[in-house]
Design a protein around this ligand. Structure first.
Ligand code: GLV
Length: 317
């Protein structure tokens, strides 16, 4: 029986399946393992089923047991793993695409609606029973007729576009390459980010974290946006230069900011917390019971397929 280290607690049905097929080292207390503990626990294991909270960098890869042949990340993103170092050590790394597209697009819509309609401020007034009707009370921004820029028109970007279109938004996007017409559904392609940002009443960040996209929203590029733009990020914190963004909120260059992801999670830049016009969530883009179950099932399938065939569709390195 294969021996597999599961670094975090999973939903019951997934753990049940795992216990039937492998000699599994489960993490019943859901402890956030240190890199040293992860290395220690990997001894004698054939595979690791990891989460985005595990920072599996070059040093950790070097120390991981030679018996480990695959790291199956329980996420579509894999910025937490040094995939090149893994490849050098002949360790396959896999991810869980597709199954979380809809749930993540729903969170992006929540961020768009929450920022535009000032939901957090409204909730505070309502909870404190400290409000009365007036014509200009909490007037926000309307989605219908607004332009939504999408940075990264992959699966999740396209799922956001589909939902936003139903709200009457006009879709613009930038991607490394233009989509086929049949995938655009009338969305307007922009060759560069300056062109995209300058028409984005709203911007939804949906690109992967790479060297090219790191801090792509910075002091200079924030200037490209129309006044009172709203920016939301459901991808990875790496794309935003936090100091520049805090300043843009303070200067009211940006109307509101919606975030589900952060640099240095689970910490959030303290500059954000003081701003009234932020809508922040604790990285729950894929967190519905159905999606988390499907993600873990796919992470398990990836290991199974690799054990059986030495191949897997979802290898990323
Ligand atoms: C979630 O953030 C993921 O990458 O799956």
């Amino acid at each position: 029986m294969k021996k597999v280290l599961i670094t975090r607690k999973l939903l019951k049905s997934n753990e049940k399946r795992i216990s039937k097929i492998w000699n599994a080292k489960l993490n019943l207390n859901d402890e956030n393992y240190s890199q040293n503990k992860l290395v220690e626990l990997s001894k004698g294991c054939d595979a690791i089923l990891s989460s985005i909270a595990d920072k599996i960098d070059m040093e950790t890869i070097a120390k991981i047991s030679d018996s480990v042949k695959i790291i199956s990340n329980f996420a579509v993103g894999f910025g937490n793993i040094d995939i090149k170092a893994a490849r050098k050590k002949n360790i396959a790394v896999t991810n869980t695409p597709d199954v979380l597209t809809d749930a993540t697009a729903e969170i992006a819509m929540l961020l768009i609606l929450g920022t535009a309609r000032r939901a957090i401020e409204g909730m505070e007034y309502a909870k404190n029973q400290n409000w009365k009707w007036s014509a200009d009370f909490l007037t926000g921004k309307q989605l219908d007729g607004s332009r939504l820029g999408i940075l990264g028109m992959g699966r999740i970007g396209r799922a956001v576009a589909k939902r936003a279109r139903a709200f009457g938004m006009k879709i613009h996007y930038h991607n490394r390459s233009r989509l086929n017409k049949d995938l655009e559904f009338g969305a307007e392609y922009h060759k560069n980010i300056k062109s995209l940002f300058s028409v984005s009443d709203f911007l939804s960040i949906n690109c992967p974290a790479t060297l090219e996209t790191k801090n792509i929203i910075n002091k200079k590029t924030l200037e490209f946006f129309p006044k009172d733009a709203i920016i939301i990020n459901s991808a990875r914190g790496d794309m935003i230069d936090d100091e520049a963004m805090v300043q843009a909120l303070i200067n009211k260059k940006i109307y509101a900011l919606g975030l589900d992801v952060y640099n240095g999670e689970p910490n959030i830049n303290p500059g954000y917390i003081k701003q009234p016009n932020i809508f922040v969530l604790p990285h729950i883009g894929s967190s519905t019971e159905r999606t988390r179950t499907a993600m873990a099932d796919l992470a398990i399938d990836n290991i199974e397929e690799y054990f059986k065939t030495g191949k897997c569709n979802n290898i990323v390195n």
